[in-house]
Unconditional design. Structure first.
Length: 270
């Protein structure tokens, strides 16, 4: 039986939260947590962090006190600036760097039919955009707080371009409400694909690995490689299909190459 996974949203500002609150029918969680909204029946939670890396980190920690399951899905939605990208366009962020920190963080590695980008997280409003990056002020803190306890494939980030060198909205509040409302259905469709998967489709990798080990000699290196590949294959194929692939395979190397080729077709970065 499948179980709907909890979704934890983090946004920086109230006007970024409003379309999500409306779409999912969220209510203020309780008087003690005035920045947390929820729809417990739908397993959807949202926290408003405030602007900045440290505020984002504190918000993740706070929400984790309510929901601390390794299977939870975490998603950051917000607006971001760019040098040339079209205002109002949406990007899924796969990589986050910081202007002041050396570490690099990554979200899930699946292709979800949304253009992808890298975010450079800054401590103050960026004036000189580098054409390579979107710019925001909370993504680094969000991912840093989730780096150890959360499965990377359960982390999502979407940014909507709010301004570039040619345009700035007269009201960021009105812009956020309008364009997050425009894209929230698309985002939810993507999340549904992952949150409603049966748990065994995500995490019963050990069963498949044992079948492979019974058939082939598996080195430590290949074991780690297979774990990485199977994490992604389980999103695309059922456990029954994967088991059959293993049973009919002629060699371990052939099985690995088959899945690497399969994932490449889905533009999944291994």
């Amino acid at each position: 039986m499948s179980k709907t996974k909890i979704i934890n949203f983090l946004v920086a500002l109230k006007h970024e939260a409003l379309p999500i609150i409306d779409y999912f029918g969220l209510n203020l969680n309780d008087k003690k947590h005035r920045n947390i909204y929820s729809n417990v029946e739908q397993n959807v939670f949202l926290i408003i962090s405030g602007i900045g890396i440290e505020n984002a980190k504190k918000a993740v920690i706070k929400l984790k006190k309510l929901n601390n399951n390794k299977d939870d899905i975490w998603i950051n939605i917000g607006i971001a600036g760019h040098k040339t990208l079209k205002v109002g366009s949406i990007y899924e962020v796969k990589k986050v760097i910081s202007s002041n920190n050396e570490n690099t963080f990554f979200t899930n590695s699946f292709y979800n039919k949304v253009p992808t980008s890298t975010v450079c997280c800054v401590n103050k409003e960026e004036k000189k955009y580098n054409n390579k990056y979107l710019y925001d002020m909370e993504s680094y803190g969000f991912l840093e707080a989730l780096d150890s306890p959360t499965i990377k494939e359960n982390i999502f980030m979407f940014k909507i371009v709010s301004d570039n060198l040619q345009f700035k909205p007269k009201s960021y509040k009105n812009f956020s409400v309008s364009f997050i409302s425009k894209h929230i259905r698309k985002i939810n469709t993507i999340l549904d694909k992952y949150r409603n998967k049966p748990p065994e489709s995500f995490y019963d990798i050990s069963l498949i690995l044992n079948i492979i080990k019974n058939k082939y000699h598996v080195t430590f290196y290949n074991k780690k490689k297979l774990e990485k590949i199977l994490t992604k294959i389980f999103i695309i194929k059922s456990q029954k299909e994967i088991k059959n692939d293993v049973l009919v395979s002629k060699s371990l190397n052939g099985l690995i190459k088959k899945y690497e080729s399969y994932l490449t077709k889905y533009i999944l970065k291994i």
